[in-house]
Design a protein. Structure first.
Length: 194
C-alpha cells in the first residue's frame, strides 16, 4: 500500500479547497409555469387558474459554492388564465399579465458546499393587468390595472453542474395597492451564465 507524502497531502488540500470554492454563475434566464388561486374574498372574484407561460431573468450577486448566502434580483413576466371567478363577465376566463421585480436573499443553512441548493426569500413590486375589471373592497366596479407589493419564499437547485437552475417559489401578492390577493406556486428552469 502506498502512502501520500507531505507534498502530496498539501497538493490534495489545495485542490480540494479550490474545488470547494468554485464560482457560481451570476445570471440566469428561463421559463416557468404555475398554479394560482385568489385568497379570501378574492378567490370568489378571480377564481383559480394557471400561468400558461412565464419568463424570468435573474442576477445573483456572485457567491462561491462554499458561501452560505448571497443577494438576488429577479424580473419576471407571466401570462395567466383563471376560471370560476365573478370578475369574468365577457369571456369565460379572466386573463392576466403580471410583471414583477423582486430582490432578496439566497441562503444555505446546511454545511454541504457541493449541494448547489439554496432557500430564497424575496420581496418587491408587481404590476397586474387583466382583460376585465376586477372588483375590490373599495369599489365594486373595479379596474383592470393594479400596482402592489409581493413576497416570495422558494428553493433554488443548480443542476447539470451549475449550467441550469431549477426553482420552486411560493408567491403571495398583491400586498397593498387594492388589487386582488392571490397565492401562487411556480416551477421554473433557467440556463445560467455570466
Amino acid at each position: 500500500m502506498r502512502t501520500i507524502g507531505p507534498g502530496g497531502a498539501v497538493a490534495l488540500l489545495l485542490l480540494t479547497a479550490t474545488a470547494a470554492a468554485d464560482k457560481l454563475p451570476p445570471g440566469s434566464l428561463g421559463i416557468f409555469t404555475g398554479v394560482i388561486a385568489g385568497t379570501g374574498a378574492d378567490n370568489k372574484r378571480i377564481g383559480e387558474g394557471l400561468y400558461e407561460f412565464g419568463a424570468q431573468a435573474a442576477y445573483h450577486l456572485p457567491i462561491n459554492t462554499d458561501g452560505s448566502w448571497g443577494l438576488s434580483l429577479r424580473w419576471s413576466t407571466m401570462f395567466g388564465i383563471l376560471w370560476n371567478g365573478t370578475a369574468s363577465h365577457i369571456d369565460s376566463s379572466l386573463r392576466t399579465v403580471q410583471m414583477d421585480f423582486t430582490g432578496g436573499l439566497r441562503f444555505r443553512p446546511w454545511s454541504s458546499a457541493r449541494s448547489g441548493s439554496y432557500f430564497t426569500l424575496r420581496g418587491g413590486a408587481e404590476l397586474l393587468r387583466a382583460n376585465e375589471p376586477i372588483p375590490n373592497n373599495d369599489s365594486m366596479t373595479g379596474q383592470r390595472a393594479y400596482l402592489g407589493a409581493i413576497g416570495l419564499v422558494g428553493f433554488d437547485q443548480y443542476i447539470f453542474g451549475s449550467a441550469a437552475l431549477l426553482s420552486f417559489d411560493l408567491r403571495y401578492g398583491m400586498i397593498g395597492g387594492g388589487g386582488p390577493q392571490s397565492l401562487t406556486f411556480m416551477v421554473g428552469i433557467a440556463v445560467t451564465g455570466p
